[in-house]
Design a protein around this ligand. Structure first.
Ligand code: URA
Length: 187
C-alpha cells in the first residue's frame, strides 16, 4: 500500500483527542500523492464531517473559485486541514486538539512534498508559519522552510462573511501564481 494511503487508514481510526467522540467522518485530506501546491484549512465543518472530504460546503465552493483564478484545481492540488475531525459547532480547534493531530499533517507534507503551501486563515497560519502570525497584516507574505515556500491568505469562510477582504485575497492569489511561475510550475 502506498505510504499516504497507509497514513490515511491509520488516521481514519484516530482516537488521539476528544473530537473523535463527536465526529461523523474523519476528514483526512484529498489530492494527488505528489502535488506542487498544498492548501491547509482549519478543520472540517458540518458538510465536511458528513461527507469525509475537505472544503465541500459553502467555503469549499469559494475555494474552488480561488483555485481556478490561479489555474489550479482539486485534481492537481492537495487540500488538508490542521485538525481532521470537526470541532463541535465549528468552534476553533483547541491547542491540545491541534497538537494531537498535527503529526498527520506533518506526514502529509513530507509525503506530498509540495513546493508551495498556502495557509487558509489564522488557525492554519499561526500553526504552520508562526504562533504570532497576524493574518490581517501579514497575508500574502512568504516564508521559506527547507525547500518549501509558505504563505497565508484569508480563510474562504471569512471571505464569505466579509466581502471587503476579497480584493486582498485576490492579490494574495496572484502572488501564489507568481511564485508558481518563478518556480517553473506553469507554462
Ligand atoms: N473550513 C476549513 O477550514 N476546512 C474545511 O475543510 C472546511 C471548512
Amino acid at each position: 500500500m502506498e505510504e499516504l494511503e497507509r497514513l490515511r487508514q491509520s488516521c481514519l481510526g484516530c482516537t488521539r483527542c476528544g473530537l473523535c467522540q463527536t465526529r461523523n467522518r474523519v476528514v483526512f485530506g484529498v489530492g494527488p500523492a505528489h502535488a506542487d501546491v498544498m492548501f491547509i484549512g482549519e478543520g472540517p465543518g458540518e458538510q465536511e464531517d458528513l461527507q469525509g472530504e475537505p472544503f465541500v460546503g459553502p467555503a469549499g465552493k469559494l475555494l474552488d473559485d480561488m483555485l481556478s483564478i490561479i489555474d489550479l484545481s482539486r485534481e492537481v492540488s492537495y487540500i488538508a486541514n490542521i485538525v481532521k475531525c470537526r470541532p463541535p459547532r465549528n468552534r476553533d480547534p483547541q491547542e491540545e486538539e491541534q497538537e494531537a493531530c498535527i503529526g498527520y499533517l506533518r506526514e502529509q507534507v513530507r509525503l506530498v512534498s509540495p513546493k508551495i503551501i498556502v495557509c487558509l486563515g489564522r488557525i492554519a497560519a499561526t500553526r504552520v508559519i508562526r504562533p504570532d502570525f497576524r493574518i490581517t497584516r501579514e497575508h500574502g507574505t512568504w516564508t521559506k522552510r527547507g525547500d518549501v515556500w509558505i504563505t497565508a491568505t484569508y480563510h474562504p469562510s471569512a471571505l464569505l462573511r466579509d466581502l471587503s477582504k476579497r480584493p486582498a485575497s485576490f492579490d494574495d492569489l496572484l502572488t501564489v501564481r507568481n511564485k508558481m511561475r518563478e518556480l517553473g510550475m506553469t507554462k
